[in-house]
Design a protein around this ligand. Structure first.
Ligand code: HC1
Ligand code: SF4
Length: 567
């Protein structure tokens, strides 16, 4: 007898740790603001209240299920309490929904509609709190905060940083960085994971849509776009598709209709990164020098290392990220080919990530006041632009990307999922070290959603020890072990966001564990569908080396494709 009764129907318990999970499995979408399966249970929003016979009203998220429990989920009393809670939240909340970045994906707006809230019986807070616009990646609007604490727990528990917290008492309680500082003044690494769990518009990724619209309408500019690996497996979600659907062809068609002159692929630059990073790794591996080498393509991780582990900066790969390699390469060679000044070639990136906006603004990536990457749009932002232009995404015929920088191998595409950068490097390292052809390109030990993965791969008789870590909280744990000598590796792939780039803060909502898994599966499907799986086999990469890089000195190549963080 392992049954539970929900609204007079019987359901089997199956080890669920709280009532909310049982009720959702029974097909009832109990509302909640503060429950996320990957965060600790807070139980503060009081939206998931249920009536348990003999026990009264309890929060489903923080109540363990017991066999024989009799539960009601939508009695008149519960409906009344939920409506009241919503009205109180709305009374304390900025209600300018039409101009809010989260309009259409806001949980508060959604529940107000679902519960038929037509009027709010409590007066609205009159004092407007200042908006924090200081960060290159995020905007924080405390007027829209409902104090669910999701951002606080995400930053603390999953990312291990803890720059956000509750401050003040009573009616003045608010979420803020310490001492009421601005986000840009504290140790925020711009990962945006706080915005990914924010149910309202209190924390959002900063928009650059206006700047891109302007560039697209400026006849004196050539505007090109690079598409990051993880965008292709998530953009479809904005148009009714499922996480993991590969929609690169429709996206290319939509981008041309928006007015982009050329549509290229960041994965081309990821192939270039593989070549550079693997050579760097092999040289250091052979000399047993500055090991482990840490990947450096994730800008939130780079900032994290700069802030907390300056002693490890020498161990970071000197490679620029693919986003920045792409920008550097096209501003130097492609602008010349087109016969235009680099400032008239506008490079837009489509990224799953909020930290890429910060990366594009780093001083290392501007020359004479011209940025290598001019603007960064997230997956959500480009979807909004497509909708704004009235383009019916579903009805588009798929189109190919432009050559040469629209050509990528599977190795460049798998960068988008945790483990992909390490796997792409292994596909190259094996052949560079052994001079043999790698037959099976699948290094499955580095795939999957486990927070810290380890693998030992035998290359030419030598064991290469690899770790793959994602989510900064896991990074913190792993670095502690590395520094204490408890574990030793030759190569460590680090991504700040859970799941790697597929889980970046610019991805569509919900950006949860399930969605990340499906998007990662889409990334590996995309690899299988491509003809070439190794960066070193790319004819475009090989031609690029011959045509452009062969003419440059070692120093010039270094300046173009590499950098030095923390200086
Ligand atoms: Fe990523 Fe990367 S994989 S960092 O996650 O190295 O954002 O997708 O574009 O630059 O290629 C992000 C993704 C992305 C870079 C590549
Ligand atoms: Fe914390 Fe990342 Fe949000 Fe910054 S962006 S406050 S580091 S979760």
């Amino acid at each position: 007898m392992n049954q539970i009764i929900i609204n007079n129907h019987s359901y089997e318990l199956n080890g669920e740790e709280n009532l909310l999970k049982v009720i959702r499995k029974a097909g009832i979408e109990l509302p909640t603001f503060c429950y996320h399966s990957e965060l600790s249970v807070y139980g503060a929003c009081r939206m998931c209240l249920v009536e348990v016979e003999g026990q009264g009203i309890v929060a489903a998220c923080s109540t363990a299920p017991r066999p024989g429990m009799k539960i009601k989920t939508h009695t008149k009393r519960l409906q009344h309490i939920r409506k009241m809670a919503l009205e109180l939240l709305l009374a304390n909340h900025d209600r300018e929904c039409t101009t809010c970045e989260r309009s259409g994906s806001c949980k508060l707006q959604d529940l107000a509609e679902r519960f038929g809230i037509k009027e709010i019986r409590f007066g609205q807070r009159d004092q407007k709190l200042p908006i924090d616009d200081s960060s290159p990646s995020l905007v924080r609007d405390p007027n829209k905060c409902i104090l669910c604490g999701d951002c606080v727990r995400m930053c603390q528990e999953v990312q291990g940083i803890g720059v956000l917290d509750f401050a003040n008492r009573g009616s003045k309680v608010m979420v803020t960085p310490a001492f009421n500082k601005q986000l840009a003044e504290v140790d925020c690494v711009n990962c945006g994971q706080c915005a990914s769990v924010c149910p309202t518009g209190a924390l959002v990724v900063k928009s650059e849509r206006e700047e891109v619209w302007e560039a697209l309408q400026d006849e004196s500019k050539t505007v090109i776009v690079q598409i990051a690996p993880a965008v292709r497996v998530a953009i479809g979600e904005e148009f009714g598709g499922k996480p993991g659907d590969i929609e690169l062809g429709k996206l290319a068609a939509a981008l041309r209709r928006l007015g982009f002159d050329k549509v290229f692929d960041t994965s081309f630059a990821a192939d270039l990164t593989v070549m550079e990073e693997t050579r760097e790794f092999i040289a250091r591996f052979k000399n047993n020098e500055r090991l482990p080498i840490f990947t450096s393509c994730c800008p939130a991780w780079v900032k994290y290392a700069e802030q907390y582990h300056s002693d490890l900066l020498d161990n970071l790969s000197s490679c620029k990220s693919p986003q920045q390699m792409f920008g550097a390469v096209v501003k130097r060679f492609y602008a010349k080919e087109l016969g235009i000044e680099p400032k008239d070639l506008i490079v837009v990136s489509l990224m799953p990530c909020s930290a890429k906006k910060f990366e594009a603004r780093r001083k290392e990536f501007s020359h004479n006041g011209v940025r290598d990457v001019d603007y960064v749009l997230t997956t959500q932002e480009i979807a909004r632009m497509i909708k704004e232009a009235g383009i019916i995404f579903d009805e588009l015929e798929i189109e190919s990307l432009d050559l040469p920088f629209g050509f990528a191998t599977g190795a460049g595409v798998i960068f988008g999922a945790t483990g992909g950068v390490a796997e792409a490097a292994l596909r190259a390292a094996y052949e560079m070290l052994t001079d043999k052809t790698l037959e099976d390109v699948n290094f499955k030990a580095v795939r999957g959603m486990e927070g810290i993965k380890e693998a030992t791969v035998n290359l030419n008789g030598t064991d290469v020890k690899i770790a793959v870590v994602h989510g900064l909280g896991n990074v913190k744990k792993l670095l502690k072990k590395i520094k204490s000598g408890e574990v030793e590796y030759h190569l460590v792939e680090v991504m700040a966001c859970p799941g790697g780039c597929v889980g970046g803060a610019g991805q569509p909502f919900p950006n949860d564990t399930e969605a990340r898994k499906e998007r990662a599966a889409g990334i590996y499907r995309a690899d299988r569908m491509l003809q070439i799986h190794k960066s070193q086999d790319s004819p475009v990469i090989n031609e690029f080396y011959q045509k452009h890089l062969a003419k440059l000195s070692h120093d010039e190549i270094h300046h173009l494709l590499h950098t030095n963080y923390g200086n």
